[in-house]
Ligand binder design. Structure first.
Ligand code: PEP
Length: 253
């Protein structure tokens, strides 16, 4: 395994928190985070919180990202947010293709690909989310679905990115994938990425697991050879739970 592979712990706040709660979270996080955490830490607050959180977290240990991006740089797109606006608010990352956006906003694989391209074009690192539904898993379609989601986005010479495997049935359900199941899928994803973006980039790209990660199940998942960190929803809302997960993250090398 490549010793330069980065461990990444990311919190997706979804449509939670008001400005004052976000400020308190940031203060608590910075006060209790190790001086040199073993992982890169990212927070994805909702759009109205971004600038406040980026200002509160003006600290090299934590980065900030948007939860979505429009493919265009500006224009008549009510309710959307562009790459330059995310950069202006202090973001360096952006989520692309989270399953809640794929479901709630009918985002296709092709649209996710255009969002990822826009992110790279504007200097943001995309964290691209893929994952199968319960029905797809039960029908034996998991690898076919993941293959389709990857093939729509990735090709040779793709820029820097992270991938998040988030089985839809595990998100917010309390039913995390077992370490063995997650490792099997992550190994498949890394192999497919190797075909799509090339073996070198596939070796070092961080592949995060997401789906009901909490302090109680993080240790078993993070020791898997192809799990390089987590994208965390519910448990990232509580700074002590988020910190407890960060502390379990050892470098993936
Ligand atoms: C998510 O929405 O990205 C997620 C993983 O949520 P949870 O941790 O709550 O399952």
């Amino acid at each position: 395994m490549n010793s330069t592979r980065q461990t990444v712990i990311a919190g997706n706040w979804k449509m939670h928190k008001l400005r004052r709660e976000a400020q308190e979270f940031c203060r608590h996080l910075l006060a209790n985070l190790e001086e040199k955490p073993a992982a890169s830490v990212i927070l994805y607050p909702s759009f109205p919180l971004l600038a406040d959180v980026a200002t509160a977290l003006d600290d090299p240990r934590v980065s900030v990202g948007g939860q979505d991006i429009h493919p265009a740089a500006s224009g008549a797109h009510t309710g959307d947010v562009s790459g330059p606006q995310l950069i202006d608010a202090g973001c360096s990352w952006v989520l692309c293709g989270h399953s809640e956006r794929r479901a709630d906003h009918c985002e296709s694989d092709e649209l996710v690909a255009r969002k990822a391209e826009a992110a790279l074009q504007h200097g943001l690192t995309p964290m691209i989310c893929v994952g199968e539904t319960a029905a797809q898993r039960e029908a034996g379609q998991t690898f076919e679905v993941l293959d389709r989601q990857l093939a729509a986005v990735f090709s040779q010479d793709f820029g820097e990115f992270a991938l998040a495997y988030e089985p839809v049935w595990a998100i917010g359900s309390g039913l995390s994938a077992t370490p063995e199941l997650a490792q099997e899928v992550h190994a498949f994803l890394r192999q497919r990425l190797s075909d799509l973006v090339g073996p070198e980039q596939a070796t070092w790209v961080p592949i995060l697991y997401g789906g009901s990660v909490k302090p109680e199940n993080a240790a078993g998942l993070i020791v898997q050879p192809d799990i390089d960190g987590f994208l965390i929803g519910g448990a990232s809302l509580d700074p002590d739970k988020f910190l407890a997960i960060i502390r379990q993250a050892a470098p993936a090398a």
